[in-house]
Design a protein around this ligand. Structure first.
Ligand code: NAI
Ligand code: AKG
Length: 455
């Protein structure tokens, strides 16, 4: 069949929209990938004939289930849970679990789809999956969270396993929740095995996993800057979020001599003109993880800082931007504000935080833009290393894992440069990191799928 006989990009996207009505986040994620992949496979008939992109954009399965639990007032509460197993061509499904009221099938399908490309980019053998629930951990007691996690795992355990699907944390799922879920899995199956990553060190966790996503996003930023002859030292940064990814990204920026000006949560952002140093970051980590308070309280604690209710930090003038909260938190107008204020590089700690229009602004302005699937891949990469350590019944030390994370992020950057450089390969040409990440991530998964035939 000639390439011209196949559906074009518009027809392909029309089909995706028709098959996934109302799933705006999923459609957005597929659109962003499909435009680059179509260009790449234009002259590669075998990918068309085998319908590879169409198959990656259709999850292997979506498991949806009821999660019933009892709150502290003895009310029976009913939530919905999901696991989206998008693609396991190159390894067991792998990806986090999100607990947030905004979670729905579209959000988890977009995350599982993105995860497939991200995990491929890491070079480790991991397929793509994602799960979660519309459960809101905010304001819940530890006992309520425990009962919810146990109920969630009581269904999820049938669908996962160290060689099948290995979940981890994401928004609203940190060390506490992983502990409750791992405990329940072990209790039900009577097996200790590396079925979850992001575990605490005492029961099979990996050094560097908590730091890996935020640090990795800064290493990716450093690599982009280095590629254009610059570095982080002396540069200012705006960061959104105040959770795992945001606080570790802030920590690494500070360690590399940069100045962090903002952090945020869903209530608004704080701006600290003195810079958010290590002591302040430690306060935020404790405040968010143990006190479970709001970022607004930062401004009460550090009086030179101001809190901006209901706003996002992108109007603040800075050299660097790291969106580390959630999807679609940076729109076209905010992207323009960053560019107009002289921002030279954006590295995404969050998944798909920039809207498609926002991404276009960055590309048109030719600033360095590292998309989440490349920039935040350090987290899942160290999760992959946690799986290896669990399988071998060993634990590597912090130094070794730190070096491995740096090397993995270097490798991801190199692949983006290889497939995303305009004009001559490398050599100072503008790098379209989105295109580089999409094509490099796609190629490995696609070639594996071709090897399997029609399955
Ligand atoms: N934890 C990990 O290893 C990885 C996380 N990510 C992504 O990083 C992002 C942040 O995740 P984590 O830090 O792990 O979660 P987290 O639960 O530790 O923190 C999430 C942060 O985002 C804020 N947030 C949530 N919804 C918001 C909204 N609508 N507006 C403003 N702020 C909002 C929360 O207040 C919190 O500060 C997510 O997009 C996640 O998918 C990506 C790769 C790995
Ligand atoms: O560590 C993992 O398996 C998942 C991390 C994650 O959810 C992500 O990369 O978005």
């Amino acid at each position: 069949m000639a390439v011209s006989d196949h559906v074009d990009l518009d027809q392909f996207m029309a089909g995706v929209k028709k098959r996934n009505p109302g799933q705006t986040e999923f459609i957005q994620a597929v659109q962003e990938v499909a435009q680059d992949i179509y260009e790449f496979i234009d002259d590669k008939v075998r990918y068309h004939e085998a319908q590879i992109l169409r198959r990656i954009a259709e999850p292997d399965r979506v498991v949806s289930f009821r999660v019933c639990w009892e709150d502290d007032n003895h009310n029976i509460r009913v939530q919905r849970g999901w696991r989206v197993q998008n693609n396991n061509a190159i390894g067991p499904y792998k990806g986090g679990i999100r607990f947030h009221p905004s979670v729905n099938e579209s959000v988890l399908k977009f995350l599982a789809f993105e995860q497939t490309f991200k995990n491929s980019l890491t070079s480790l053998p991991m397929g793509g999956g994602k799960g979660g629930s519309n459960f809101n951990p905010k304001g819940k007691s530890d006992s309520e969270v425990m009962r919810f996690c146990q109920s969630f795992m009581t269904e999820l355990y049938r669908h996962i396993g160290p060689e099948i699907d290995v979940p981890a944390g994401d928004i609203g799922v940190g060390g506490r929740e992983i502990g409750y879920m791992f405990g329940q899995y072990k209790r039900i199956t009577n097996r200790w095995e590396g079925v979850l990553t992001g575990k605490a060190l005492e029961y099979g966790g990996s050094q560097m996993r908590p730091e890996a996503t935020g640090y990795g996003a800064v290493y990716f930023l450093r690599n982009m800057l280095k590629h254009s002859g610059q570095d982080i030292e002396g540069k200012s940064a705006v960061i959104s979020g105040s959770g795992n990814v945001a606080t570790h990204a802030a920590e690494k920026i500070v360690q590399l001599g940069g100045k962090v000006l903002t952090l945020s949560d869903s209530g608004g952002f704080i701006y600290d003109p003195d810079g958010i140093d290590q002591e302040k970051i430690d306060w935020v980590k404790h405040h968010k993880t143990h006190t479970r308070g709001r970022i607004s309280e930062y401004a009460d604690h550090f009086p030179n800082a101001s809190f901006h209710e209901g706003a996002r930090p992108w109007q603040v003038k800075a050299d660097l931007a790291l969106p580390c909260a959630t999807q679609n938190e940076l729109n076209e107008e905010e992207a323009k504000a960053l560019v107009d204020n002289g921002c030279i590089a954006v590295s995404e700690g969050a998944n798909m935080p920039t809207t498609l229009d926002g991404v276009k602004v960055f590309h048109d302005a030719k600033i360095m833009y590292g998309p989440g699937k490349a920039a935040n891949a350090g987290g899942v990469a160290v999760s992959g290393l946690e799986m290896s350590q669990n399988a071998e019944r060993i634990s590597w030390n912090q130094e070794r894992l730190g070096d491995m994370l740096t090397e993995l992020m270097d490798g991801i950057h190199e692949k983006c440069v290889e497939y995303g450089s305009e004009g001559s390969k490398g050599g100072g040409a503008y790098v379209d990191y989105v295109k580089g990440a999409n094509i490099a991530g796609f190629k490995k998964v696609a070639d594996a799928m071709l090897a399997f035939g029609v399955v």
